[in-house]
Write a protein that binds this ligand. Structure first.
Ligand code: URA
Length: 210
């Protein structure tokens, strides 16, 4: 664990993650667990949101009570698996604006290529939370963050379910200012770029495409 990486070791998170890793878990179960675990991870990724105080009256007396200072938030899904994490965050922060980044890997250059980008206005004034369940090689995550920065974002967090040591290192090298929150840091990537022990292809498992 470092300044750059937070692994959420809460028992509820770890329990749900184990159920998600299990290959016997159904598509419906996987999707429901992803929504629930994302809500718990969202609690951690928003930990540093700025507070101010509001003067209120409780039934007993007056007080200056903490309240969010109103910094706007943008939630950005890295397609397609990031979409499975939107509902969990939106349940906690219903007013968040939502953007999407779509990238594919060019088979010749192996570089990520953008095919879709739509972000809320005023990114520079928002806390931006980019979501993608699997931080694997880190190449597409780093490219997605490049695009968000080009669009003006300056305060970015990356929220994922599983991270590989290689992906964390790649992100740290490319974007040392972007803090990562994850439920687990797994052992390694295999030769095909899958996280080990991992949970397989997150998109296929949540959308039932395999
Ligand atoms: N993407 C996935 O869905 N799973 C992995 O293990 C790596 C990347």
């Amino acid at each position: 664990m470092s300044e750059h990486l937070t692994v959420v070791d809460h028992p509820l998170v770890q329990h749900k993650l184990t159920l998600m890793r299990d290959k016997g878990t159904s598509t419906a179960g996987f999707r429901q667990l992803l929504r629930e675990i994302t809500l718990l991870l969202a609690y951690e990724v928003t930990r540093e949101m700025p507070l101010t105080t509001r003067h209120i009256e409780t039934p007993m007396e007056e007080m200056d009570a903490p309240i969010l200072s109103g910094k706007k938030l943008a939630l950005v899904s890295i397609l397609r698996a990031g979409n499975g994490m939107l509902d969990g965050v939106l349940e906690l922060i219903p007013s968040a604006r939502v953007g999407f980044v779509g990238l594919y890997r060019d088979e010749e250059t192996l570089e990520p290529v953008q095919y879709y980008f739509k972000a809320p206005e005023g990114l520079k004034d928002r806390l931006v939370i980019a979501v993608d369940p699997m931080l694997a090689t880190g190449n597409s995550s780093a490219a997605a963050i490049d695009l968000l920065k080009e669009a003006g974002a300056t305060d970015i967090r990356f929220l994922c379910l599983l991270a590989s040591p290689e992906g964390v290192a790649r992100m740290k090298e490319a974007h040392s200012d972007v803090k990562i929150v994850t439920a687990a840091l797994d052992r390694e990537l295999n030769s095909k770029g899958y996280i080990m022990p991992g949970l397989g292809d997150a998109g296929d498992r949540m959308f039932g495409t395999k």
